[in-house]
Design a protein around this ligand. Sequence first.
Ligand code: ZN
Length: 143
Amino acid sequence: MQPDPGAAGPPRPLPELDAWNRAFWTGGAGGRLLIARCGDCGYWIHPPGPICPRCHSREVAPQPVSGRGRLLTFTVNHQPWHPAFPPPYVIALVELEEQPLLRLVSNVVDCDPDSVRLGMPLEVRFEPVEDVHIPLFRPLAAG
Ligand code: ZN
């Protein structure tokens, strides 16, 4: 039975996919975090777009990254803003290890929000919802 998108709504709000962000939101199906990268100068670009902001090349295409990064800043939300996100949960700005300022907004999961610390190493894991795989981050396993 097909879910009726107009009925109860999705379990969490989903991104609108377009030509530029589709790889980012669906790459998790293959277990990889895909980030747009300039084919001419190698600059990583997020949010993805058609033009490299550094060299203005249009040779931009998604490439896999390691999925590792560190916690740049975060907030613990205690308000029940959305039924799909029972509080408390961690809203995080994660800097990927590939490049300074290569940042994305996500959630830190699989840990006690009280244990979250600035700078902590993280790794991506994906939450499949319908046809997207939402990149979330968990503490990087030691060793
Ligand atoms: Zn470039």
